[in-house]
Design a protein around this ligand. Structure first.
Ligand SMILES: [Zn+2]
Ligand SMILES: [Zn+2]
Length: 317
């Protein structure tokens, strides 16, 4: 049963559903986020019943908290952009002059601006960081959902803060010390959430505007990395803009351009390799591949969760 479950759900290639089962602290933190959100919903309702603010605020507040939780689930269970083992560069190094790199852990082509995550155990396209609150990597394919989660959580925290501060300003007296305690605990949670989430949102906007993700910024790779701003449609897709505000799946006009790789179908098919007649065979992505030299870096890295092998320029001609 466990083997079947592992095949259906996981971060490995071929898993039908993407889910990270390798990080118990991440699962705990993602659950804590639900507890905090539901706590806030309960307190907003209790204080409204107490008379602290209009009952009309309750459905509005719960509406935004539901959107935040749905966005969190979408972030958690969406493949963030894991690179398949049979990925190939869009343009071969021999044509582009740009060195190809392979990941020594995945033993596969590693597109530009991707990183290997040791928790997901996959290379992730445009990986920003591995977020324990989402129990998943934030990458090219789920950045929209993560930003929506931040956006709706910012609204939630600001809303709760405004309601409680309005009571402070008017000198509202809660019916019991328990209700007062619940409200002031929510005040503290809201302030902490606001500061933390605003910082995370700044990091995401910075990553889009400059093309330098959180990992690259922490490693100070920006000036050398030849980065460029990320087009808006590469984050939010080509849907009509109202869908930008909903955690719907992202549709790209050219998926492979956004991901930075293509997949050679003749390498996926089992059995004898079928090579199109007029096309030269592509070199196999195996350790014996002569085009690329890979060096393994020691497993300890600066953030303890991320790793990337050192790669030398391709020698392919
Ligand atoms: Zn990798
Ligand atoms: Zn990860």
């Amino acid at each position: 049963m466990d083997d079947l479950d592992a095949a259906v759900c996981g971060t490995h290639e071929g898993a039908r559903y993407w889910c990270n089962k390798r990080d118990n602290p991440g699962a705990v933190m993602a659950s804590m986020l639900w507890v905090l959100t539901l706590y806030a919903d309960v307190v907003v309702t209790v204080v409204a019943v107490d008379g602290g603010w209009s009952i009309a605020h309750v459905p509005i507040y719960i509406f935004f908290s539901c959107l935040a939780l749905i966005a969190q689930l979408k972030t958690m269970f969406t493949n963030p952009g894991a690179v398949p083992r049979h990925a190939q560069p869009l343009i071969r190094a021999s044509e582009s002059g740009i060195p190809e790199t392979i990941c020594g852990r995945c033993d596969a082509y590693k597109p530009p601006r991707s990183h290997h995550c040791r928790i997901c155990n996959r290379c992730i396209v445009r990986m920003d960081h591995h977020c324990p609150w989402m129990n998943n990597c934030i990458g090219a394919n789920n950045q929209k959902h993560f930003m929506l989660f931040l956006f709706y959580t910012l609204i939630e925290a600001t809303y709760a803060l405004a309601l409680i501060l309005a009571n402070v300003r008017t000198g509202y007296v809660y019916s019991s010390s328990t209700v007062a305690g619940l409200a002031y605990a929510l005040l503290g949670i809201s302030i902490a959430t606001l500061l933390f989430v605003a910082t995370m949102m700044y990091n995401q906007v910075y990553a889009i505007v400059t093309g330098i993700g959180t990992i690259d910024r922490m490693r100070k790779r920006g000036p050398k990395g030849n980065f460029a701003p990320v087009p808006w449609v590469d984050v939010f897709g080509v849907d009509p803009w109202p869908l930008y505000l909903l955690p719907t799946d992202v549709k790209y006009r050219d998926f492979h351009r956004v991901m930075g790789y293509k997949v050679a179908t003749w390498e996926i098919s089992p059995g004898p390799v079928a090579v199109p007649r007029d096309e030269p065979p592509s070199p196999p992505l195996t350790p014996s591949r002569p085009a690329v030299t890979v060096e393994e870096r020691p497993s300890s890295t600066e953030d303890g969760a991320l790793d990337e092998p050192l790669v030398r320029p391709s020698e392919e001609v």
